[in-house]
Design a protein around this ligand. Structure first.
Ligand code: ACO
Length: 333
């Protein structure tokens, strides 16, 4: 049976950097509050949303991942695109990305699993490659949060957390054994959905967008922060242990855990619960904020560039987010 391995990884973030001090000028918040509670120092926000969309950011990240893989866009035979912030209600960002890369005709699958979108996509790619259906799949996670958050004091609890950006991976078939994606684990529990969601616009209302929604602020994301925190610090360790048990590896075998960059305090709580040394759990949230579906491939790209892992190293990926959904993967690089 074929195995799937990541042969290229890349990231792209908008040039515009927004520091916590910049946010102090537009809402009642402080650098100290944001750093202490989240670890975030800055994030990247698009300046021209008509030009910098999830598919343009995603296409740039994809080009970098293709370069690393030594492939041309024409070598790709399937696209998986993960985002919670598509440029339009429909169609999803996958087809816009496809057009930008000149990949007319190949399949493009949009998935919307929020913070776990990248790992859900990785699992789908793994199954397609193991079954022999595709040889090279492009998986992109991209978000433009900055146009969909309330950037006033009213929305500060959510607005300070999120950043824009994209990450991409080329996943290719290989005949080698014990390498590439070794296991993936996907979970969800919809009873928590309304603790972290964007209620409107949506087809549960007619018309699906109206002035009342704008007046009552329900066009902006709602997050029950403490509730999310409580579940995140339980589900992250649980799903990481599930992946280790499935492969028979121990925590000592792992070179680096790359968690979804939700919040530095969540990452530290996970590290402590698993009794892992600090250097085994990667964090770059201070530079980007929470970029949801893009956070893991951005973190993988940075970690690789910083020499935090290399050939044959065992990596654990894990995520938790809106849905609630949570997921993990183990791969040998
Ligand atoms: N700046 C200044 N003050 C703020 C801000 C802000 N940006 N946001 C909220 N506050 C105020 C509140 O109004 C409140 O004021 P009050 O005491 O006068 O009422 C005070 O700070 C404390 O608010 P809490 O919500 O209780 O703050 P808490 O310590 O719980 O921290 C946080 C909030 C950081 C969101 C925390 O709950 C958390 O880490 N939750 C996890 C959620 C998360 O990280 N989600 C990421 C997205 S989901 C994911 O990716 C998994």
């Amino acid at each position: 049976m074929k195995r799937a391995r990541i042969t290229g990884i890349g990231k792209y973030v908008p040039e515009n950097v927004v520091t916590n001090f910049d946010l102090e000028k537009i809402m009642d918040t402080s650098d100290t509050w944001i750093r202490e509670r989240t670890g975030i120092a800055q994030r990247h926000w698009v300046t021209n949303p008509a030009v910098e969309t999830v598919s343009t950011l995603g296409a740039e990240a994809a080009k970098r991942a293709l370069d690393m893989a030594g492939l041309q866009p024409s070598d790709i035979d399937f696209i998986i695109f993960a985002t919670l912030s598509p440029e339009h209600f429909f169609p999803g960002g996958g087809v816009f990305l496809q057009e930008k890369l000149g990949l007319e005709g190949i399949g493009a699958l949009d998935i919307r699993n929020q913070c776990t979108g990248f790992i859900y996509g990785l699992s789908v790619a793994d199954q397609f490659i193991r079954s022999g259906m595709y040889k090279n799949i492009l998986l992109v996670g991209a978000e433009v949060h900055s146009t969909g958050i309330d950037k006033t004091t009213r929305g500060r609890d959510v607005a300070v957390l999120f950043g824009d950006g994209a990450g991409a991976a080329v996943i290719s078939a290989t005949d080698e054994k014990d390498c590439g994606i070794l296991t993936t684990h996907l979970h969800a529990d919809g009873k928590h959905a309304k603790h972290l969601w964007l209620q409107n616009p949506g087809s549960a209302q007619s018309p699906f967008v109206n002035e009342q929604m704008i007046a009552d602020n329900s066009i902006y994301p709602y997050m029950n922060g403490r509730y999310v925190f409580k579940y995140a610090v339980t589900r992250f360790p649980e799903v990481i242990m599930e992946a280790l048990q499935a492969t028979g590896y121990s925590k000592n075998d792992v070179k680096l855990v790359i968690p979804h960059q939700a919040n530095q305090r969540i990452t530290e709580a996970v590290q402590q619960k698993l009794e892992l040394p600090t250097e085994k759990v990667y964090s770059n949230i201070h530079n980007y904020g929470n970029t949801t579906a893009a956070s893991i491939p951005i973190a993988m790209t940075d970690a690789l560039q910083e020499g935090r892992f290399g050939e044959n190293d065992l990596l654990v990926l894990a995520a938790f987010g809106s849905g609630f959904t949570w997921a993990s993967a183990i791969l040998r690089w």
